[in-house]
Ligand binder design. Structure first.
Ligand code: TYM
Length: 344
């Protein structure tokens, strides 16, 4: 499926975040920070609060709209400008669900059965989870391709879903004899923030659903809480900070803290070791806490400020939905024609 003519449309970034639970440092370094870096570099981008994805697991209808506002507030507080980038809620643009249905008829069961995230979440309980959870990555492909997005900034955990989006794009182009119609979207994953691990277990990713509150730093944590969580973060009994990258390789918790420091200070982990290698954790951890607080507290403050006036967030989401719809509508008209639907 790779010998297709390449897509020649404009470069466009798309990414999404689920409105479930509190955002944490992993979401920030794996996704939000990349969004603002791309905006600053001049990329056209759509950033979507994926509420349709959220309901693949049970959500409280009384809270969902507010959770959506919170994610939009976080995007704006991190530096996304609603006049420059498109910030919107997935459910307010019809193209996502329509294209997801068409892609349901393009994607193969076997492709979805390989998705590790479904296996992790559905586990042995696949009788009890929703069909939507199984179909989740098809909707994700529709999110991206409804805008013919070419680049998708995400954390490492989304790699397999992005591979599926590429396969769906290629298969659609082939099946409907429409070479180069959809781009095969490229994941933007690299960098030290791509996989932030739990502060309590360096082999598990930092996650909203981890019951241990000390395992993650939330974007809404205050300075004292951040400092306390970093102080309590698990290290190991091997003594001081490693001096070389090789020494660090077998020390996952330390590697994670060094990675966080590197991502927050826009350095490589090797550069961080140059500065802190051989020093005690009593020196490194407070420096990391200071760095995290300096970086996150303006964001937290701005988020609180925005959430005090939800009208501003709602206005941004409304304008965003209009702009998103204006991009997706002509693409969907082309899709309908390509599939062969009767049209008015
Ligand atoms: P979600 O809401 O789980 O996570 C949002 C983003 O945060 C990244 N992330 C992490 N990055 C580094 N370290 C971590 N510990 C960590 N935890 C989460 C995720 O990789 C993601 O980039 N399926 C997506 C949402 C989605 C989407 C899309 C993304 C729906 N449609 C289209 C891109 C394009 C998700 O559940 O993200």
């Amino acid at each position: 499926m790779t010998d297709q003519p390449t897509y020649t449309g404009p470069d466009r970034v798309f990414s999404g975040i689920q409105p479930t639970g509190n955002l944490h440092l992993g979401n920030y370094l794996g996704a939000l920070k990349k969004f603002t870096d791309l905006q600053e570099a001049g990329w056209d981008g759509l950033y979507c609060v994926v509420d349709l994805h959220a309901i693949t697991m049970p959500q409280d209808p009384a809270l969902l709209a507010d959770q959506t506002r919170q994610i939009a507030a976080a995007m704006m507080a991190c530096g996304l400008d609603p006049d420059t980038s498109v910030i919107f809620a997935q459910s307010s643009v019809q193209a996502h669900t329509e294209l997801a249905w068409i892609f349901n008829c393009v994607a193969r069961m076997g492709w979805l059965e390989k998705m590790t995230q479904f296996k992790d979440k559905g586990g042995d309980n696949s009788e009890r989870v929703s069909v939507g959870l199984f179909d989740y990555p098809v909707l994700q492909a529709a999110d991206i391709l409804a805008y013919k997005a070419t680049h998708v900034p995400v954390g490492e955990d989304q790699k397999q879903h992005l591979e599926l989006s590429r396969n769906i794009a290629a298969r659609f182009n082939q099946q409907f004899d429409a070479p180069g119609f959809f781009p095969e979207p490229e994941p933007l994953i690299k960098g030290p923030g791509a996989r932030i691990m739990s502060l309590k277990d360096g082999t598990k990713k930092m996650s909203k659903s981890d019951p241990a509150e000390n395992s993650r730093i939330n974007l809404i944590d205050d300075a004292d809480t951040i400092a306390r969580k970093i102080k309590k973060a698990k290290t190991d009994t091997l003594g001081d900070m490693p001096v070389t990258m090789e020494d660090m390789a077998a020390r996952p918790e330390v590697e994670n803290l060094v990675g966080i420091y590197a991502a927050l200070s826009s350095q490589t982990s090797a550069q961080v070791l140059n500065q802190y290698g051989g020093k005690g954790f009593g020196t490194f951890k407070p420096a990391l806490a200071d760095l995290a607080v300096a970086h996150l507290s303006p964001i937290t403050e701005q988020m609180r400020h925005l959430l005090d006036d939800p009208a501003e967030i709602d206005l941004a989401l409304r304008k965003g939905a209009e702009k998103a719809d204006a991009i997706a509508s002509p693409i969907m008209a082309e899709v309908r024609r390509t599939v062969g639907f009767w049209q008015v």
